[in-house]
Design a protein around this ligand. Structure first.
Ligand code: GLN
Length: 451
Protein backbone atom coordinates (compact mmCIF):
# COMPACT_ATOMS: atom_id res chain seq x y z
CA UNK A 1 0.00 0.00 0.00
CA UNK A 2 2.84 2.39 0.81
CA UNK A 3 4.62 1.59 -2.47
CA UNK A 4 1.35 2.35 -4.30
CA UNK A 5 1.03 5.62 -2.41
CA UNK A 6 4.61 6.54 -3.39
CA UNK A 7 3.82 5.67 -7.01
CA UNK A 8 0.72 7.83 -6.94
CA UNK A 9 2.04 11.01 -5.33
CA UNK A 10 5.80 11.19 -5.02
CA UNK A 11 6.17 12.67 -8.46
CA UNK A 12 4.63 15.79 -6.89
CA UNK A 13 6.22 15.68 -3.43
CA UNK A 14 9.68 14.32 -4.36
CA UNK A 15 10.37 12.89 -0.92
CA UNK A 16 12.37 9.94 -2.29
CA UNK A 17 15.62 9.89 -4.24
CA UNK A 18 15.46 6.13 -4.62
CA UNK A 19 12.56 3.73 -4.08
CA UNK A 20 13.75 0.17 -3.42
CA UNK A 21 10.61 -1.68 -4.53
CA UNK A 22 12.25 -5.08 -4.78
CA UNK A 23 14.12 -4.81 -1.51
CA UNK A 24 10.99 -3.62 0.31
CA UNK A 25 8.81 -6.44 -1.04
CA UNK A 26 11.49 -9.02 -0.21
CA UNK A 27 11.76 -7.70 3.36
CA UNK A 28 7.97 -7.75 3.76
CA UNK A 29 7.78 -11.33 2.44
CA UNK A 30 10.54 -12.39 4.80
CA UNK A 31 8.44 -11.11 7.73
CA UNK A 32 5.40 -12.97 6.38
CA UNK A 33 7.43 -16.18 6.12
CA UNK A 34 8.65 -15.81 9.70
CA UNK A 35 5.11 -15.22 10.89
CA UNK A 36 3.87 -18.29 9.00
CA UNK A 37 6.51 -20.39 10.72
CA UNK A 38 5.45 -19.02 14.09
CA UNK A 39 8.87 -17.44 14.68
CA UNK A 40 9.17 -14.53 17.05
CA UNK A 41 8.80 -11.11 15.39
CA UNK A 42 10.32 -7.81 16.52
CA UNK A 43 8.07 -4.90 17.59
CA UNK A 44 8.51 -3.22 14.20
CA UNK A 45 8.30 -6.32 12.00
CA UNK A 46 6.78 -5.41 8.65
CA UNK A 47 6.51 -1.68 9.35
CA UNK A 48 7.60 0.41 6.33
CA UNK A 49 10.17 3.18 6.80
CA UNK A 50 11.73 5.98 4.75
CA UNK A 51 15.50 6.21 5.29
CA UNK A 52 17.42 9.47 4.90
CA UNK A 53 19.96 9.04 2.11
CA UNK A 54 22.87 9.68 4.48
CA UNK A 55 22.97 6.12 5.87
CA UNK A 56 24.78 3.46 3.90
CA UNK A 57 22.67 0.61 2.57
CA UNK A 58 24.43 -2.44 1.16
CA UNK A 59 23.74 -2.71 -2.57
CA UNK A 60 21.42 0.32 -2.62
CA UNK A 61 22.71 3.75 -3.80
CA UNK A 62 23.58 6.32 -1.14
CA UNK A 63 24.05 9.88 -2.43
CA UNK A 64 23.84 12.22 0.61
CA UNK A 65 21.99 14.52 -1.82
CA UNK A 66 25.26 15.10 -3.69
CA UNK A 67 26.59 14.49 -7.19
CA UNK A 68 30.00 13.64 -5.75
CA UNK A 69 28.79 10.17 -4.77
CA UNK A 70 27.22 9.57 -8.18
CA UNK A 71 27.29 5.86 -9.00
CA UNK A 72 28.56 4.77 -5.58
CA UNK A 73 26.92 1.64 -4.19
CA UNK A 74 27.92 1.06 -0.55
CA UNK A 75 29.38 -2.39 0.14
CA UNK A 76 28.07 -2.37 3.72
CA UNK A 77 25.12 -1.39 5.92
CA UNK A 78 25.34 1.38 8.51
CA UNK A 79 24.79 0.09 12.04
CA UNK A 80 21.42 1.88 12.02
CA UNK A 81 20.44 0.20 8.74
CA UNK A 82 21.44 -3.18 10.14
CA UNK A 83 19.43 -2.62 13.33
CA UNK A 84 16.36 -1.61 11.32
CA UNK A 85 16.61 -4.79 9.26
CA UNK A 86 17.06 -6.90 12.39
CA UNK A 87 13.91 -5.31 13.84
CA UNK A 88 12.01 -6.44 10.74
CA UNK A 89 11.51 -2.92 9.39
CA UNK A 90 10.75 -2.69 5.67
CA UNK A 91 12.96 0.01 4.14
CA UNK A 92 10.97 1.60 1.31
CA UNK A 93 13.77 3.73 -0.06
CA UNK A 94 16.14 6.64 0.50
CA UNK A 95 14.87 10.16 1.08
CA UNK A 96 15.90 13.52 -0.32
CA UNK A 97 18.05 15.88 1.71
CA UNK A 98 20.18 19.00 1.52
CA UNK A 99 23.58 18.05 0.13
CA UNK A 100 25.67 16.56 2.98
CA UNK A 101 22.88 17.65 5.37
CA UNK A 102 23.84 21.31 4.95
CA UNK A 103 20.68 23.38 4.86
CA UNK A 104 17.23 23.98 6.32
CA UNK A 105 15.00 23.59 3.28
CA UNK A 106 16.15 20.60 1.16
CA UNK A 107 16.73 23.13 -1.64
CA UNK A 108 20.46 22.36 -1.50
CA UNK A 109 19.86 18.81 -2.77
CA UNK A 110 21.68 18.20 -6.06
CA UNK A 111 18.54 16.37 -7.20
CA UNK A 112 15.96 19.15 -6.84
CA UNK A 113 13.81 20.28 -3.91
CA UNK A 114 11.07 18.45 -1.99
CA UNK A 115 7.65 20.03 -1.49
CA UNK A 116 5.91 20.43 1.86
CA UNK A 117 2.76 18.25 1.67
CA UNK A 118 0.80 21.02 3.47
CA UNK A 119 1.58 23.39 0.56
CA UNK A 120 3.82 22.10 -2.21
CA UNK A 121 5.18 25.59 -2.93
CA UNK A 122 6.73 25.68 0.54
CA UNK A 123 9.83 24.01 1.99
CA UNK A 124 9.48 20.78 4.04
CA UNK A 125 12.40 21.87 6.23
CA UNK A 126 15.91 20.55 5.99
CA UNK A 127 18.18 18.92 5.79
CA UNK A 128 15.85 15.95 6.27
CA UNK A 129 12.94 17.35 4.24
CA UNK A 130 12.46 14.11 2.31
CA UNK A 131 11.87 12.08 5.47
CA UNK A 132 9.45 14.62 6.99
CA UNK A 133 7.55 15.02 3.70
CA UNK A 134 7.25 11.23 3.35
CA UNK A 135 5.60 11.09 6.78
CA UNK A 136 3.33 14.09 6.26
CA UNK A 137 2.10 12.75 2.90
CA UNK A 138 1.49 9.25 4.32
CA UNK A 139 4.08 7.63 2.09
CA UNK A 140 5.67 6.05 5.18
CA UNK A 141 4.61 5.72 8.83
CA UNK A 142 8.19 5.92 10.11
CA UNK A 143 11.33 7.68 8.90
CA UNK A 144 14.91 8.31 9.91
CA UNK A 145 16.65 11.66 10.05
CA UNK A 146 19.94 13.11 11.24
CA UNK A 147 20.31 16.26 13.29
CA UNK A 148 23.54 18.29 13.31
CA UNK A 149 21.91 21.64 14.03
CA UNK A 150 18.20 20.90 13.72
CA UNK A 151 17.73 18.70 10.66
CA UNK A 152 15.34 16.29 12.39
CA UNK A 153 13.44 18.81 14.52
CA UNK A 154 12.99 21.71 12.08
CA UNK A 155 11.56 19.50 9.28
CA UNK A 156 9.27 17.87 11.87
CA UNK A 157 8.06 21.29 13.01
CA UNK A 158 7.20 22.63 9.56
CA UNK A 159 5.47 19.42 8.41
CA UNK A 160 3.42 18.74 11.56
CA UNK A 161 5.29 15.54 12.44
CA UNK A 162 7.37 14.27 15.38
CA UNK A 163 11.18 14.26 15.30
CA UNK A 164 13.70 13.40 17.98
CA UNK A 165 17.39 14.18 18.26
CA UNK A 166 18.51 11.66 20.86
CA UNK A 167 21.40 12.35 23.23
CA UNK A 168 24.66 12.65 21.29
CA UNK A 169 26.14 9.17 20.97
CA UNK A 170 22.85 7.33 21.59
CA UNK A 171 22.47 6.21 17.96
CA UNK A 172 25.55 4.92 16.15
CA UNK A 173 27.18 7.10 13.50
CA UNK A 174 28.88 4.10 11.87
CA UNK A 175 27.91 4.21 8.20
CA UNK A 176 26.25 7.62 8.53
CA UNK A 177 28.10 9.95 6.16
CA UNK A 178 29.86 12.53 8.35
CA UNK A 179 29.12 16.25 8.18
CA UNK A 180 30.21 17.54 11.60
CA UNK A 181 31.15 14.54 13.72
CA UNK A 182 30.91 16.17 17.15
CA UNK A 183 27.33 17.32 16.41
CA UNK A 184 25.81 14.70 14.05
CA UNK A 185 23.13 12.49 15.55
CA UNK A 186 20.69 10.11 13.88
CA UNK A 187 17.19 9.79 15.26
CA UNK A 188 13.57 8.74 14.78
CA UNK A 189 10.83 10.57 12.85
CA UNK A 190 7.15 9.58 13.01
CA UNK A 191 3.61 10.92 13.14
CA UNK A 192 3.05 10.18 16.83
CA UNK A 193 5.18 10.29 19.96
CA UNK A 194 4.68 6.56 20.65
CA UNK A 195 5.70 5.59 17.10
CA UNK A 196 8.88 7.67 17.51
CA UNK A 197 9.60 5.93 20.83
CA UNK A 198 9.23 2.46 19.30
CA UNK A 199 11.63 3.43 16.53
CA UNK A 200 14.00 5.07 19.03
CA UNK A 201 14.26 1.81 20.96
CA UNK A 202 15.02 -0.13 17.79
CA UNK A 203 17.92 2.08 16.67
CA UNK A 204 19.59 3.24 19.92
CA UNK A 205 22.26 1.43 21.90
CA UNK A 206 26.00 1.02 22.19
CA UNK A 207 28.04 0.28 19.07
CA UNK A 208 31.73 -0.61 19.36
CA UNK A 209 32.18 0.54 15.73
CA UNK A 210 31.53 4.19 16.73
CA UNK A 211 34.08 5.56 19.20
CA UNK A 212 31.65 8.26 20.40
CA UNK A 213 28.81 5.79 21.00
CA UNK A 214 27.38 5.98 24.52
CA UNK A 215 27.86 2.80 26.52
CA UNK A 216 24.81 3.11 28.77
CA UNK A 217 21.35 1.52 28.87
CA UNK A 218 18.81 3.04 26.47
CA UNK A 219 16.31 5.12 28.51
CA UNK A 220 12.81 3.60 28.76
CA UNK A 221 11.34 5.78 26.02
CA UNK A 222 8.41 3.52 25.07
CA UNK A 223 7.29 3.25 28.66
CA UNK A 224 7.53 7.07 28.98
CA UNK A 225 5.51 7.57 25.77
CA UNK A 226 2.78 5.32 27.18
CA UNK A 227 2.82 7.19 30.49
CA UNK A 228 2.57 10.92 29.77
CA UNK A 229 2.20 11.95 33.41
CA UNK A 230 3.73 15.41 33.95
CA UNK A 231 2.34 16.14 37.42
CA UNK A 232 5.03 17.77 39.52
CA UNK A 233 7.45 17.98 36.62
CA UNK A 234 9.39 21.26 36.45
CA UNK A 235 9.28 22.78 32.97
CA UNK A 236 11.56 25.70 32.07
CA UNK A 237 10.59 28.26 29.45
CA UNK A 238 13.75 29.64 27.86
CA UNK A 239 13.49 33.42 27.96
CA UNK A 240 15.90 33.95 25.06
CA UNK A 241 13.67 32.07 22.56
CA UNK A 242 11.03 34.61 21.53
CA UNK A 243 10.59 38.25 20.62
CA UNK A 244 11.80 39.86 17.42
CA UNK A 245 11.88 37.55 14.39
CA UNK A 246 9.36 35.07 15.88
CA UNK A 247 6.06 34.74 14.04
CA UNK A 248 3.01 35.69 16.13
CA UNK A 249 1.11 32.46 15.42
CA UNK A 250 4.14 30.40 16.44
CA UNK A 251 4.30 32.16 19.80
CA UNK A 252 0.51 31.85 20.27
CA UNK A 253 0.59 28.07 19.84
CA UNK A 254 3.73 27.80 21.97
CA UNK A 255 2.14 29.70 24.89
CA UNK A 256 -0.98 27.51 24.61
CA UNK A 257 1.22 24.40 24.98
CA UNK A 258 2.86 25.86 28.07
CA UNK A 259 -0.59 26.56 29.52
CA UNK A 260 -1.65 23.00 28.74
CA UNK A 261 1.38 21.66 30.61
CA UNK A 262 0.45 23.85 33.58
CA UNK A 263 -3.12 22.52 33.52
CA UNK A 264 -1.77 18.96 33.44
CA UNK A 265 0.09 19.59 36.66
CA UNK A 266 3.56 20.68 35.55
CA UNK A 267 5.25 23.58 37.28
CA UNK A 268 6.29 26.30 34.82
CA UNK A 269 9.47 28.26 35.51
CA UNK A 270 11.13 30.94 33.39
CA UNK A 271 14.84 30.30 32.87
CA UNK A 272 17.57 32.36 31.27
CA UNK A 273 20.33 30.93 29.09
CA UNK A 274 22.27 34.07 28.12
CA UNK A 275 24.95 32.33 26.00
CA UNK A 276 22.32 30.90 23.61
CA UNK A 277 22.51 34.25 21.80
CA UNK A 278 25.93 33.17 20.46
CA UNK A 279 24.98 29.59 19.57
CA UNK A 280 24.35 30.23 15.87
CA UNK A 281 27.68 32.04 15.45
CA UNK A 282 29.60 29.28 17.24
CA UNK A 283 27.81 26.57 15.24
CA UNK A 284 28.68 28.20 11.91
CA UNK A 285 32.37 28.01 12.82
CA UNK A 286 32.42 24.54 14.39
CA UNK A 287 30.22 22.74 11.82
CA UNK A 288 32.06 24.12 8.74
CA UNK A 289 35.44 23.43 10.39
CA UNK A 290 34.59 19.78 10.94
CA UNK A 291 33.00 19.51 7.48
CA UNK A 292 36.10 20.90 5.78
CA UNK A 293 38.07 18.09 7.36
CA UNK A 294 35.47 15.32 6.91
CA UNK A 295 34.80 16.09 3.24
CA UNK A 296 38.50 15.88 2.34
CA UNK A 297 37.92 12.14 1.75
CA UNK A 298 35.95 12.91 -1.43
CA UNK A 299 39.08 12.99 -3.54
CA UNK A 300 37.80 11.32 -6.75
CA UNK A 301 39.86 8.23 -5.95
CA UNK A 302 37.88 6.50 -3.24
CA UNK A 303 34.21 7.09 -4.06
CA UNK A 304 31.74 7.86 -6.83
CA UNK A 305 32.32 10.65 -9.32
CA UNK A 306 35.63 11.10 -11.17
CA UNK A 307 36.06 14.00 -13.60
CA UNK A 308 39.04 14.59 -15.96
CA UNK A 309 40.48 11.07 -15.73
CA UNK A 310 41.44 11.06 -19.42
CA UNK A 311 45.20 10.71 -19.23
CA UNK A 312 45.87 14.44 -19.66
CA UNK A 313 45.44 15.47 -16.00
CA UNK A 314 47.48 14.80 -12.89
CA UNK A 315 45.89 13.05 -9.91
CA UNK A 316 45.72 16.40 -8.12
CA UNK A 317 43.92 17.98 -11.08
CA UNK A 318 41.41 15.12 -11.20
CA UNK A 319 40.68 15.68 -7.51
CA UNK A 320 40.19 19.42 -8.04
CA UNK A 321 38.03 18.99 -11.18
CA UNK A 322 35.88 16.37 -9.43
CA UNK A 323 35.32 18.49 -6.32
CA UNK A 324 34.55 21.52 -8.51
CA UNK A 325 31.91 19.56 -10.45
CA UNK A 326 30.64 17.33 -7.64
CA UNK A 327 30.01 19.75 -4.75
CA UNK A 328 27.24 22.36 -4.74
CA UNK A 329 27.55 26.01 -3.72
CA UNK A 330 26.62 25.60 -0.02
CA UNK A 331 29.05 22.72 0.48
CA UNK A 332 31.85 24.75 -1.12
CA UNK A 333 30.96 27.78 1.04
CA UNK A 334 31.26 25.65 4.19
CA UNK A 335 34.52 23.99 3.14
CA UNK A 336 36.03 27.43 2.53
CA UNK A 337 34.67 28.88 5.79
CA UNK A 338 35.94 25.90 7.75
CA UNK A 339 39.34 25.81 6.12
CA UNK A 340 39.74 29.51 6.92
CA UNK A 341 38.59 29.12 10.52
CA UNK A 342 41.07 26.27 11.07
CA UNK A 343 44.04 27.90 9.34
CA UNK A 344 47.06 28.72 11.47
CA UNK A 345 46.90 32.31 12.65
CA UNK A 346 43.08 32.26 12.72
CA UNK A 347 42.53 29.02 14.63
CA UNK A 348 42.44 30.61 18.11
CA UNK A 349 40.36 33.60 17.03
CA UNK A 350 37.66 31.58 15.28
CA UNK A 351 37.59 27.84 16.00
CA UNK A 352 39.09 28.28 19.49
CA UNK A 353 36.59 31.02 20.45
CA UNK A 354 33.70 28.99 19.11
CA UNK A 355 34.72 26.03 21.28
CA UNK A 356 34.75 28.31 24.34
CA UNK A 357 31.24 29.53 23.50
CA UNK A 358 30.23 25.89 23.21
CA UNK A 359 31.37 25.36 26.80
CA UNK A 360 29.39 28.41 27.96
CA UNK A 361 26.26 27.05 26.29
CA UNK A 362 26.76 23.67 27.94
CA UNK A 363 27.07 25.44 31.30
CA UNK A 364 23.84 27.39 30.66
CA UNK A 365 22.08 24.06 30.17
CA UNK A 366 23.69 22.57 33.28
CA UNK A 367 22.54 25.53 35.36
CA UNK A 368 19.01 25.33 33.91
CA UNK A 369 18.75 21.57 34.46
CA UNK A 370 19.76 22.17 38.08
CA UNK A 371 16.36 23.87 38.45
CA UNK A 372 14.07 22.15 35.94
CA UNK A 373 13.47 18.69 34.46
CA UNK A 374 12.94 19.80 30.85
CA UNK A 375 13.08 23.00 28.82
CA UNK A 376 10.52 24.03 26.20
CA UNK A 377 10.57 26.51 23.31
CA UNK A 378 9.16 26.88 19.81
CA UNK A 379 11.14 24.58 17.48
CA UNK A 380 11.47 27.22 14.76
CA UNK A 381 10.87 30.99 14.70
CA UNK A 382 8.49 30.72 11.71
CA UNK A 383 6.31 28.24 9.84
CA UNK A 384 7.35 26.78 6.46
CA UNK A 385 8.57 29.51 4.11
CA UNK A 386 8.09 29.49 0.32
CA UNK A 387 10.60 27.55 -1.80
CA UNK A 388 13.11 30.07 -3.16
CA UNK A 389 12.50 32.76 -0.52
CA UNK A 390 15.76 32.22 1.39
CA UNK A 391 17.71 30.23 -1.22
CA UNK A 392 20.08 33.11 -2.03
CA UNK A 393 20.39 34.38 1.53
CA UNK A 394 22.43 31.97 3.65
CA UNK A 395 22.05 34.12 6.78
CA UNK A 396 18.24 34.07 6.58
CA UNK A 397 18.37 30.30 6.00
CA UNK A 398 20.64 29.78 9.03
CA UNK A 399 18.09 31.51 11.32
CA UNK A 400 15.70 28.55 10.91
CA UNK A 401 17.86 26.67 13.44
CA UNK A 402 18.08 29.38 16.09
CA UNK A 403 16.27 27.31 18.75
CA UNK A 404 17.60 23.88 17.83
CA UNK A 405 21.37 24.44 17.60
CA UNK A 406 22.14 24.85 21.35
CA UNK A 407 21.19 21.20 22.01
CA UNK A 408 23.60 19.97 19.34
CA UNK A 409 26.42 22.04 20.80
CA UNK A 410 25.72 20.65 24.29
CA UNK A 411 24.90 17.09 23.13
CA UNK A 412 21.64 16.77 25.04
CA UNK A 413 18.31 15.32 23.83
CA UNK A 414 15.47 17.22 22.13
CA UNK A 415 12.16 16.57 20.42
CA UNK A 416 9.85 18.53 18.16
CA UNK A 417 6.16 17.67 18.04
CA UNK A 418 3.13 19.38 16.50
CA UNK A 419 1.32 21.95 18.65
CA UNK A 420 -1.34 23.22 16.25
CA UNK A 421 -1.52 25.44 13.19
CA UNK A 422 -0.51 29.11 13.07
CA UNK A 423 -3.73 31.14 12.75
CA UNK A 424 -2.31 33.53 10.13
CA UNK A 425 -1.23 30.90 7.56
CA UNK A 426 -2.77 27.58 8.67
CA UNK A 427 0.66 25.90 8.71
CA UNK A 428 2.01 23.53 11.40
CA UNK A 429 3.89 24.85 14.43
CA UNK A 430 6.42 22.77 16.37
CA UNK A 431 6.93 22.60 20.12
CA UNK A 432 10.49 21.81 21.18
CA UNK A 433 11.19 19.85 24.39
CA UNK A 434 14.79 19.59 25.61
CA UNK A 435 16.05 17.11 28.24
CA UNK A 436 19.47 16.53 29.80
CA UNK A 437 21.82 14.04 28.14
CA UNK A 438 20.72 10.41 28.74
CA UNK A 439 17.27 11.53 29.95
CA UNK A 440 15.62 11.08 26.53
CA UNK A 441 12.66 9.38 28.24
CA UNK A 442 11.54 12.78 29.60
CA UNK A 443 10.98 14.02 26.04
CA UNK A 444 8.52 11.21 25.45
CA UNK A 445 6.74 11.68 28.76
CA UNK A 446 6.15 15.37 28.12
CA UNK A 447 5.47 14.79 24.42
CA UNK A 448 2.80 12.20 25.20
CA UNK A 449 1.17 14.63 27.63
CA UNK A 450 0.77 17.52 25.18
CA UNK A 451 0.27 15.51 21.96
N1 GLN B 1 20.48 23.75 8.98
C1 GLN B 1 21.69 23.46 9.68
C2 GLN B 1 22.85 23.50 8.72
O1 GLN B 1 22.65 23.85 7.62
C3 GLN B 1 21.59 22.13 10.35
C4 GLN B 1 21.72 20.99 9.42
C5 GLN B 1 21.65 19.66 10.08
O2 GLN B 1 21.17 19.51 11.22
N2 GLN B 1 22.16 18.67 9.39
O3 GLN B 1 23.96 23.20 9.05
Amino acid sequence: AHLDRIDAIDEKVHAFLHVDTEGALAAARAVDAKRAKGEELGPLAGVPLALKDIFTTEGVPTTVGSKILDGWIPPYDATLTRRLKEAGVVILGKTNMDEFAMGSSTENSAFGPTGNPWDLTRIPGGSGGGSSAALASFQAPLAIGTDTGGSIRQPAAVTGTVGVKPTYGAVSRYGMVAFSSSLDQGGPCARTVLDAALLHEAIAGHDPLDSTSVDAPVPAVVEAARNGDVRGLRVGVVKEFGGEGYQDGVMTRFHESVELLRELGAEIVEVSCPSFTYALAAYYLIAPSECSSNLARFDAMRYGLRVGDDGTHSAEEVTALTREAGFGAEVKRRIMLGTYALSSGYYDAYYGSAQKVRTLITRDFERAFGDVDVLVSPTTPTTAFPIGERADDPMAMYLADLCTIPSNLAGNAAMSLPCGLAPEDGLPVGLQIIAPALADDRLYRVGAAVE
